[in-house]
Each structure stands twice: as C-alpha cells, then as structure tokens.
Design a protein around this ligand. Structure first.
Ligand code: ATP
Ligand code: MG
Length: 254
C-alpha cells in the first residue's frame, strides 16, 4: 500500500480568546494518499477552515499528530502548499499574470522561468489572452480561475481549497467543478477541498470526509468509488445517489 501523504491522528484544535476556550475540532483522524482529491464537507462553523489552517501550518493544534510528507519525501509548508480561498483575493493593481506570479516572487523563484509557467497555467485554467488584464476586467469565475493558477505557480505538492466556488452562481460552479477535475487530472496534485455542497463533494472527491458541528466531529470517511474522468451524467448514477443520501443523513437532513 502507498504511504499516506497526509496523516492526521486524533487532531484537536481549541481556540483561546479573551480567557475563553472553544473546541473547534475534536479528534480528527484520516489519511490522504498522494494524488487524492479529498473533500471535507460539513455545516457552517463545524471546523472545516480550522482543519485546513492546521494542515497549512497557519496555526498549531493541541492534541494528536499531524504529519505531511515523510523522511524520504520531506514537506516544507512554506514551499509546498498552494491555497485557494472563497474569494479570489487578487491584488487589484496587478495584472492577471503578475497576480499569478506573486508566490514565485515571494519565494524568490527564477522569474523568467516562472513567467513561462504562469502563462502555461493561465492556459490550463482557460485564461489565455487575459494575462495583461486587471482583475476588475474579469468575471468572478475567471478571477477564481486566476487564483487557482496562482496557487499552482510554485508547483506545490499540496493544494488546499477553502470553498473556492462558494461565491459563484450555480452554473459557473458546475463549470468550475469540471475544470478543477481536469486540472487535477493534468497536474496530479494532492488536493484537500472544503465545501458546503454535498453533491459537489461527491462529484469531485476520491474521498469525502464528513464533519458534524458542535464540536466538530468526524462523522464519516467515505471512499467514493465512482469512475474518472467524471462528467455530470454521474449525478444520475445510482451509487452517486447512495453517497449523497448517506451524507445528508449524517448531517441530519432527510
Ligand atoms: N480565531 C478564532 N477564535 C475563536 N474561535 C474561532 C476562531 N476561528 C474560528 N472560530 C470558531 O471555531 C468554529 C469553527 O470555525 P471554522 O471557521 O473552522 O468553521 P467552518 O466549518 O470553516 O465554517 P464555514 O463553513 O462557515 O466557513 C466556529 O464556531 C468559530 O466560531
Ligand atoms: Mg470556513
């Protein structure tokens, strides 16, 4: 069996603010294999972003162990993570190409090479011809695609996505789901994808981790045994319905 790329074992996170403690994540345990696209799904406030921040090393955790990489395959959070947030967070005074190049600049990567890579990535996300535009000249979906290109510029081993399509209309979101699967298939990155959307999680994920609120508890870890490449026909697949019903039930929606 392949060595897991990420291993969480009983990871908890308590926030301490103004003398109060709040348990946001309680004993999360799961593995992610290299190249998997794992969806984390759960209600608002259940601790998804908290868990993603722990994976990104943006804050610590109090209990359990969290390991990414291995002694043979060392992992450097500063270098090996690409993040995509709910909002594109592009710098409005920079052109699209220069926005994509930002992490390369920060990491001090060779710029000539990075510029070529930025163009290739913009092609990958369908933004050829928009390199010299400013963010305001792009639609929300296009800006989010630029943000995905930016997350990939430094060739990270792990891409963490926090509800990246949450602010988009349903049709654009559907299109972005297909784009993401295409990008994932081409780049072979390991992706952890946070979403509220149960059908989105099942459609995208090789695995879906279900979190429930109060405090965040891992309710299930479901391997999605549906073929790749995926198309929307899959949504009418009997097993697709079985998976979504199972998750709705876990979240108390029936
Ligand atoms: N810095 C913080 N200090 C104190 N409590 C926090 C902090 N950040 C988050 N929380 C609390 O931890 C819980 C989990 O928050 P988190 O942002 O991880 O939820 P989420 O699942 O990402 O929600 P959403 O789907 O709405 O983004 C919430 O109850 C929130 O109030
Ligand atoms: Mg969140």
């Amino acid at each position: 069996m392949t060595e897991p790329f990420i291993r969480l074992d009983g990871v908890s996170k308590t926030y301490r603010t103004r003398g109060k403690e709040f348990l946001a994540v309680s004993e999360a345990s799961f593995d992610v294999a290299p190249g998997e696209l794992v969806a984390l799904v759960g209600p608002s406030g259940c601790g998804k972003t908290t868990l993603l921040k722990a994976l990104a090393g943006l804050h610590g955790h109090d209990g359990g162990t969290l390991r990414i990489g291995s002694p043979e395959h060392p992992f450097d959070p500063a270098r090996d993570i690409g993040m995509v947030f709910q909002q594109p967070l592009l710098l409005k005074w920079r052109r699209i190409l220069d926005n994509v190049l930002l992490p390369a600049e920060i990491l001090g990567l060779p710029m000539t090479e990075s510029r070529g890579r930025a163009r290739d990535l913009l092609a990958l996300v369908g933004l050829t011809g928009f390199e010299d535009k400013y963010p305001y000249e792009l639609s929300g979906g296009m800006q989010q695609r630029a943000a995905i290109a930016r997350a990939l510029i430094h060739d990270p081993k792990l891409v963490l996505m926090d509800e990246p399509f949450g602010a988009l209309d349903a049709l654009t979101r559907d299109k972005m789901n297909l784009e993401l699967l295409r990008i994932w298939a081409q780049s072979r990155k390991t992706i952890v994808f946070v979403t509220h959307g149960i059908t989105e999680a099942v459609f995208l994920g090789t695995r879906v981790i279900v979190l429930t609120a109060g405090p965040a508890r891992m309710a299930d870890n479901i391997v999605i045994d549906l073929p790749h490449p995926r198309s929307f026909d899959l949504r009418t697949h009997e097993r697709f319905g079985d998976y979504t019903r199972r998750i709705y039930r876990l979240l108390g929606i029936e």
